[in-house]
Design a binder for this molecule. Sequence first.
Ligand code: TXA
Ligand code: MG
Length: 323
Amino acid sequence: MNYKTPVLRFPQDIATAVGLITQGECIAVKTETVYGLAADATNEHAIENVFKAKGRPANNPLIVHIASVDDISHWARDIPDIAYQLADAFWPGPLSILLKKKRWVSDKVTGGHDTIVLRVPSSENFITLIRAANTGLAAPSANKYKFISPTCAEHVLRSLDGRIAAVVDGGQSDVGIESTIIDVTAPVPTIVRPGPIDDLMIEQALARPVKYADSLGVTVPGSAKQHYQPNTPVYLLSTEALSQMLLHNDEGVISYTALSESIKGECRNIIQLARDPAQYSAHFYASLYQLDKQNLRCIYLEETPYDKAWLAINNRIGRVVAK
Ligand code: TXA
Ligand code: MG
């Protein structure tokens, strides 16, 4: 495949990547959750480039990625102790913390809100870039607005080739879904986007209760219901409904249970993911990308258990199939 966007590799291309960030370009880099589209969070022109490349509305704010907990106070004010407890317990890692922002932080990053979301990612490539660029990096997932979040460089290029200055190929993101976001400005710490770190893990770290927000994943007003969507239509089917199908070869399936031969028929596009939620997450977006590439008539997605362990996945699935 001939791409317009250059593919870089670390460590040999670190200087090139830093040069692009310094010039106000945005480049895709692996984080442990999904690939992020990184830009200098202190450069408004760079932030505009991120919104332009993604086609994302300017009022939907970006997470700022920092190198260490010591940088929290550079970006945020009125920081409660629990923010530091959470950082101690989960950073570097897939937890993003919503705080009050310092006044100097550009409204372009925070979508005009008085808050900022901060995270120290654990992916070596991303941390290396933050340190070498010596600034916070704003980074949404590196996909066109509403499209599937990418977990490898090829996914990024599927929707952003020719729209971004580079992608740093660091292999696969192993967590596979976006970070948990927790609002610590509320009287009770509130998970606003469920993710790899759940309420029980957080309650254990804080030794106090936390709650889930009512409309999970919609962290700012007006945020679209549809998200993480491939071009191919996706239909949600119960295990039971799936067991009564006779599949055709222009259809695809993502299941977590084994399908019998009588259901599979001539269909070759069946991806069976793990029954374990963490392993399922690791391959969920990749399986959507894989099936979407094949120009199928539709993709059937088997409903996963309505069990708390599947909360983050069910939240993503709800938005994949939202009309
Ligand atoms: O795992 C992740 O979090 C990935 C990697 C790249 O770090 N990033 C990611 O970014 O998922 P994005 O932009 O796709 O999702 C960030 C979410 C959005 O729903 C956005 O509205 C919310 O965080 N958000 C960011 N800043 C916010 C703020 N100040 N107030 C409320 N919500 C905010
Ligand atoms: Mg996203």
